[in-house]
Design a binder for this molecule. Structure first.
Ligand code: GAR
Length: 191
């Protein structure tokens, strides 16, 4: 059977991208990351992609007339590389109908909260501000809403400290394991 092909979409640092690539390399995931898409030229994830030798495509959404316009370009790139699954890893942008229709049930996201609580770009801080004690991360299929779609996996920790950096690190390390588990479920169609 041919190895599955993954594309990772990211906007920032790329620690989840790196965790996925590492798992593909050491055999924990039976797939290859064939494309890294980044909507923030200059983001750190692009340096990581270069280091790992992943082809990358950086674009500025403002250079396109609409979401449909840049997603049409992205869909063609994914098709040409025979991508099976798209993994959003800190891609801070709503995915529109062009990609969702073309890759139905094949686009997943990771989010640093126990969804459906604390959607959005500041999930960890929002949960701390709310007084939450059980934190975590969620992977889910992507729909056209912010951090929406059916949940695939969740991981949780109890944290009662007040060091947001430490908490963020703990949640990131949950995410890195969770994404490996989720991608394996996708590849083996066990979700
Ligand atoms: C991750 O914590 C991811 O869950 C979050 O962005 C971070 C990216 O980190 N995504 C969202 O908040 C989506 N709403 P990374 O660039 O180090 O992988």
């Amino acid at each position: 059977m041919r190895r599955a092909k993954l594309a990772v979409f990211a906007s920032g640092s790329g620690s989840n991208y790196e965790a996925i690539v590492e798992a593909c390399r050491d055999g924990r995931i039976d797939a290859d990351v064939v494309l890294l898409v980044c909507d923030k030229p200059g983001a750190k994830v692009l340096e990581r992609a270069k280091r790992y030798g992943t082809e990358s495509f950086a674009f500025n959404p403002k250079d396109y007339a609409s979401r449909e316009a840049y997603e049409t370009v992205l869909a063609t790139m994914l098709d040409e590389r025979h991508v099976d699954y798209v993994c959003l890893a800190g891609y801070m942008r709503i995915v529109g109908h062009v990609l969702l229709e073309r890759y139905e049930q094949r686009i997943v996201n990771i989010h640093p909260s126990l969804l459906p609580s604390f959607k959005g770009a500041h999930a960890i801080q929002d949960a701390v501000d709310y007084g939450v004690k059980i934190f975590g991360a969620t992977t889910h299929f992507v729909d056209e809403t912010l951090d929406g779609g059916r949940i695939i996996d969740q991981g949780a920790i109890v944290y009662e400290g007040n060091d947001i950096e430490e908490l963020t690190m703990l949640i990131h390390s949950i995410e890195h394991k969770l994404y490996v588990k989720t991608i394996n479920k996708l590849i083996n169609k066990k979700y």
